[in-house]
Design a protein around this ligand. Structure first.
Ligand SMILES: NC(=O)c1ccc[n+]([C@@H]2O[C@H](COP(=O)([O-])OP(=O)(O)OC[C@H]3O[C@@H](n4cnc5c(N)ncnc54)[C@H](O)[C@@H]3O)[C@@H](O)[C@H]2O)c1
Length: 435
């Protein structure tokens, strides 16, 4: 009787502390509100008192569980099962090591490290402490990529000869985040563009290749568009204060962040001020000389690249090609896999992909079926991946069955190393480097 009752009892929610209560942490931690049976947020660490206050209100946290630094949290005995670490890239390893050693398991934002040397410190720490660490590769949880992986596994398109992926970073996102925003300079964010924006894509490539490791990698890239020499003749330095071309420029801060506020403008108002109520207030803020979001996109002095291509040679002789194009007219993630018996072609934003198979008797010599994922890709900007990864993290900590794509640290190493090597190659002008 007792045994039956015990086996039917639901496990308690996983208790977690947020470290870095920014955009990403707000998304992940909201699972505690929708699924309190799985996740409970019991504390917060953030250097920004306003963010701490937001978390305190959101999760009804006691003052003694609110901290402004990781060091303060570490002064206490372990207060929770896990940490949700959503600090910016350059802080990931620095903040994770002492927290893991203190006994916390961790859901860590990508990239797990800035380079191989730093990454090895984290890998060693996880191996030594035996802690569980998952990296936020949310795209692995999307119905789109999962379905592609399943089709590959059936052998429907034969053996992979080439896998081509492209990440078209739309001009709205590119300008607000990577040109004017917090990712524009490596010394602030910690990562370059490939690592911060495309570690997902190379992780997906590695995941789809099913453990076939690369043997060599090369990469080239640079700044093509967002540089001073491309500023149109007569353009000012500041959209609202001194630019006569403002009305015709697709990057006009007034057009992007006041007139069409439902696109990426939230990043502006979230990062600088808490949502001004009127357009006049927004204009006043954007007119401030030091406001980063009204700078001319051609004069932002970015240190990251705005386009990059990567070439990968895999151990079985197949190849991978990846390109990131920043400032594209539409955001897109495109994938085209060519196999010995067919091909898969898909567009993540269109939420469907096509499987074509060789068939001499069919019109054109091939059959085609389209797999529409639109009914399944719901919930958030990552096709439902943001919520699913948190629930999988809970399952991992409870010792329950996790999803086949569960991105533990060990499982994320190849994808990250592909980025690290590609960046080394780009710095050396595109030299083919051994993996
Ligand atoms: N998985 C994804 O799809 C995805 C998407 C976007 C961003 N990211 C990654 O998520 C991470 C966070 O991005 P974000 O947009 O939420 O950033 P954010 O700037 O909104 O949040 C970072 C938070 O960390 C806080 N912080 C800074 N220093 C700190 C410290 N020493 N200790 C504790 N808190 C500190 C900041 O005050 C801020 O609240 C980045 O690494 C980014 O690359 C991942």
């Amino acid at each position: 009787m007792n045994t039956t009752t015990q086996s039917q009892e639901a496990p308690p929610p996983i208790r977690a502390i947020i470290v870095g209560m920014g955009d990403r942490a707000s998304i992940y931690s909201s699972v505690a509100l929708t699924n309190p049976e799985h996740l409970e947020i019991v504390g917060v660490v953030d250097v920004n008192p306003e963010r701490v206050r937001q978390a305190q209100l959101m999760f009804d946290l006691p003052d003694e569980h609110c901290f402004s630094t990781v060091e303060e949290l570490l002064e206490k005995p372990r207060l929770a099962d896990a940490i949700i670490n959503c600090t910016m890239d350059r802080l990931h390893v620095e903040t994770s090591l002492p927290l893991l050693r203190h006994g916390y398991d961790m859901l860590l934002e990508k990239p797990y490290a800035l380079n191989d040397t730093e990454g090895q410190l984290l890998i060693d720490c996880v191996r030594e402490t035996g802690r569980k660490l998952m990296v936020c590769h949310v795209l692995r949880y999307t119905p789109f990529y999962r379905a592609i992986r399943r089709v590959l596994a059936t052998g429907a398109v034969g053996d992979v000869i080439n896998i081509h992926m492209a990440n078209q970073v739309g001009y709205l996102h590119e300008s607000v985040s990577f040109v004017r925003g917090k990712y524009a300079r490596e010394e602030i964010c910690g990562s370059g563009m490939l690592l911060t924006k495309c570690s997902h894509d190379l992780d997906i490539m590695s995941w789809l290749m099913g453990g076939i490791a690369p043997v060599s990698i090369s990469s080239v890239g640079g700044v093509f568009q967002f540089k001073e020499s491309n500023a149109p003749e007569g353009a000012g330095t500041h959209c609202l204060n001194n630019c006569p071309l403002e009305r015709e420029c697709p990057f006009s801060a007034r057009r992007l962040y006041i007139e069409y506020p439902l696109r990426w403008a939230n990043n502006v108002w979230h990062d600088t001020h808490s949502n001004p109520a009127t357009d006049a207030e927004k204009e006043k803020i954007l007119r401030q000389e030091d406001n980063p979001f009204s700078r001319c996109v051609y004069r932002c002095d970015i240190s990251i690249v705005d386009h990059q291509s990567v070439l990968i040679h895999f151990r079985d002789g197949s190849t991978g090609t990846f390109s990131m194009n920043g400032g594209a007219s539409t955001p897109r993630r495109i994938i085209h896999i060519t196999g010995t018996r067919g091909e898969i072609y898909g567009d993540f934003e269109e939420e469907c992909f096509h499987v074509r198979q060789m068939e001499p008797s069919a019109p054109g010599g091939y059959t085609e079926r389209t797999l529409d994922m639109s009914d399944f890709q719901q919930g958030d900007a990552h096709g439902g991946g943001d919520r699913s990864i948190v629930l999988d993290f809970v399952a991992l900590l409870r010792g329950e069955r996790t999803s086949p794509g569960c991105p533990t640290l060990e499982d994320s190493i190849i994808g990250h190393r592909m980025v690290f090597r590609a960046e080394e190659s780009r710095m050396q002008g595109g030299t083919m480097l051994p993996f």
